[in-house]
Each structure stands twice: as structure tokens, then as C-alpha cells.
Design a protein around this ligand. Structure first.
Ligand SMILES: Cc1ncc(COP(=O)(O)O)c(C=O)c1O
Length: 381
């Protein structure tokens, strides 16, 4: 088996074309010919399988060290497929700080259809264990919480889950397999919004599920083929291309993030920085050290109370005011007014999301330019 960086570039390759093309062709065909009636064919219809999609699914499985990968038309479609493994009367524990869209899927779609959920603080394996019921089937969480970047231990949660016969499902969007491989830490299913770091360029939406066992693979395949939210071949090709440079991009995301944190630490306008490596005495830092190759390219910070957050973000030139993350360009957003606007203010404050909190997805620009942009905007408030 070749190493991870080689897999990124060469994984999933197919050589079934007649031209010698070094890249997997984009197979724009919804249907496929049967040579003879009664023949078994690998591909018969695009929803069931497409060679361009299959190539990117294969590389994702290899990168996450899983049995099989599945590419969906969005991260939400991938998460829906993973949660479609459960039926009415099943109970699932979910991290209390997971992505808002996943909460919407759970509260507005799955709960009314009889699947039960309980929110737990996954930074505490004891709390997870206490919340297990007779009908609990799985625990679903994200390693890093958004936007406060608290850390849950995949190893510890998966250990609790396995002792109790539960599946562990991890949304690995924020770290990508370059920084964490949850299946190697005991998880059973990994999901991604491949819209973010895997794709890496803010030019399409996609989702990935990777399964650990053939039994889970069969179940996810059946969901994918039945519900039909598959990734189109053009997007599968863009995802393949994005994945080839994941290592280079993540290294730059990490080094730029480190530079920005060092700068923010010197600023008199900043009250607090949220990123797992800021407090080297913290349990979060220890988990990041033990279970990841780095804490990723998203951080958040609070302006000191009374400072004008709107004026600050409106005066940035390089940081783009936009939700999403994990792309080449740096994005900035204010959770209280954007990504977490739907949460009532008292609840939001209880979660630690103040109006002055700013989330940054650090891009690949020159760190000096990013810091100069922050500096000029700080001077205006
Ligand atoms: C952690 C996480 N999971 C899932 C999603 C949903 O993915 P998508 O927008 O690709 O449907 C997002 C989107 O922001 C996310 O941040």
C-alpha cells in the first residue's frame, strides 16, 4: 500500500479507457449497454453507478481507510444517507453542537418520522455513556464543534459506543482525512461535506460517506441507489481534482492559521481566541495531539465587548463575508448574524456564541496580506 500523499494523487485511478488519459474521464452517460441479454455488467444506470463517481468514491475509501466510499450530491445528502440506516423507534445520540443543517434534518425530518434523538456533550464520554438507552443504536458527532472549536475524542467516544453495541458516525468535514482518520480511531462511518476541504475551491457542493465494513457498505449503497442523491460526474471530477492537492492545501491552511492566531494574540481588540492549540494545558489540546495531525483551518475569536463587529467585518478587503469554509479563499462570518442566526439569542449566549464572535476560515493567500487586512480593519474600530 502506498502512502497517504501518493493515494491523494493516484488513488482511485482507472485505466479502462482507450486513450491513455492520465485522469479518469468524465463519463456522461446515464445508461450503459448490455452486451447480451442476461450478461452481468458493472455499470447499467448512473444512479446505481458511474465510473467517474466510482473513482472518487474509491479514493475517499482509501484515504479514510474504509471498506467503501459513496459520493452524494451534497454533504446533507450524505448525512441523510448515514442517518437513513435507522428506523422508527431507534434512538441516536447526537453531539449538542453539530452543524445546524444536520439539526434541521433531525428535528424537521427524522424526528417526525419516529427516529429518536438525544443531544449530548460529546466532549464528555461519561455524559455520552449516561445517555445511552435500551433502543440506542448510534452516536453521531463532529470532532471539532462549530464555531467554538471544542474537541471530542473519537477514540473515547468510539470505545463507549462499542462497549454498548452502538455505531459511531463522525462528520470529518472540518479536519479531512489528511488531519484525522476517524475509522482508524474506532468509528464505523465517516461523513463529509466534500463541499469544504475535499473539494477545496468553493465551486460545487458534494458529500461523502465512508463505511468500515462490507455490511455497512451494502446498507449505504442501498440507500444511495434508492434515494438517488448521487454526485454528478462533472462534480465527481472536480472533487477528484480537489483531493489531489488536499495535502498541500491543508499544510498552508494550518500554517496560515497559526500565523493569524499569533497575530490575534497580540491584538488589544481581541478578547478571546477559540482554537484547540491556543491553550496547551487544555484537554482539547491533548486530544488534538493524540488523535489528529493538526486542528485545521477554522478558528473563531471575540472582539472586546462594545467594539463594532459590523464595522470590522464590513471593512475587510481580503476576507470575504460568507458562510462555508475549507476553500482557497479566506472567508469570515459572524455566527450570531449568519450561520447561527436561527438559534434564539438566550440559547446562543448559553452556547457561548456572543454577538462579538467572528469565525474565520483561513484560506491559502499570503499570511502577511491576511494579517495586514485584519490590522487595517482593527484600526477602524
Ligand atoms: C460540518 C458540516 N457538515 C455538513 C455540512 C453540510 O454540507 P453541504 O453544505 O455540502 O450539504 C456542512 C456545511 O456547512 C458542515 O459544515
Amino acid at each position: 500500500m502506498v502512502k497517504f500523499n501518493t493515494l491523494l494523487v493516484r488513488g482511485g485511478a482507472v485505466d479502462d479507457n482507450n486513450t491513455g488519459a492520465v485522469n479518469v474521464p468524465i463519463y456522461n452517460s446515464s445508461t450503459y449497454r448490455y452486451p447480451h441479454l442476461g450478461d452481468q455488467v458493472e455499470y447499467d444506470y448512473e444512479r446505481s453507478g458511474n465510473p467517474t463517481r466510482a473513482a472518487v468514491e474509491k479514493v475517499c475509501a482509501e484515504l479514510e481507510n474504509g471498506d467503501r466510499g459513496f459520493a452524494f450530491s451534497s454533504g446533507m445528502a450524505a448525512i441523510h444517507a448515514a442517518l437513513a440506516l435507522f428506523k422508527p423507534g431507534d434512538h441516536i445520540l447526537i453531539g449538542d453542537n453539530i452543524y445546524g443543517g444536520t439539526f434541521r434534518l433531525i428535528n424537521d425530518f427524522l424526528k417526525p418520522r419516529g427516529v429518536e434523538f438525544t443531544e449530548v456533550d460529546t466532549t464528555s464520554p461519561d455524559e455520552v455513556e449516561e445517555a445511552i438507552q435500551d433502543n440506542t443504536k448510534a452516536i453521531y458527532f463532529e470532532t471539532l464543534t462549530n464555531p467554538l472549536l471544542r474537541v471530542s475524542s473519537v477514540k473515547d467516544i468510539a470505545a463507549v459506543a462499542h462497549e454498548n453495541g452502538l455505531l459511531t458516525i463522525v462528520d470529518n468535514t472540518f479536519l479531512s482525512p489528511y488531519l484525522q482518520q476517524p475509522l482508524n480511531l474506532g468509528a464505523d462511518v465517516v461523513v463529509h461535506s466534500a463541499t469544504k476541504y475535499l473539494g477545496g475551491h468553493s465551486d460545487f457542493v458534494a458529500g461523502i460517506v465512508v463505511t468500515k465494513t462490507p455490511e455497512l457498505s451494502k446498507q449505504i449503497y442501498d440507500v444511495q441507489n434508492t434515494i438517488g442523491a448521487v454526485l454528478a460526474p462533472q462534480e465527481a471530477n472536480l472533487l477528484r481534482r480537489g483531493i489531489q492537492t488536499l495535502n498541500l492545501r491543508m499544510d498552508r491552511h494550518l500554517s496560515n492559521t497559526q500565523r493569524i492566531i499569533e497575530y490575534l494574540e497580540t491584538s488589544s481588540k481581541v478578547a478571546k481566541i477559540n482554537y484547540p492549540t491556543v491553550d496547551k494545558e487544555s484537554a482539547d489540546y491533548q486530544i488534538v495531539e493524540d488523535e489528529t495531525n493538526g486542528a485545521g483551518g477554522v478558528l473563531s475569536f471575540e472582539l472586546k465587548e462594545g467594539l463594532d463587529v459590523k464595522k470590522f467585518v464590513n471593512n475587510l478587503h481580503l476576507f470575504i463575508l460568507a458562510v462555508s469554509l475549507g476553500a482557497a479563499e479566506s472567508l469570515i462570518e459572524v455566527p450570531a448574524f449568519m450561520s447561527h442566526f436561527e438559534i434564539p439569542k438566550p440559547e446562543r449566549l448559553e452556547m457561548g456564541i456572543k454577538d462579538e464572535l467572528i469565525r474565520v476560515s483561513v484560506g491559502l493567500e499570503d499570511a502577511d496580506d491576511l494579517i495586514a487586512d485584519l490590522e487595517q480593519a482593527f484600526k477602524l474600530i
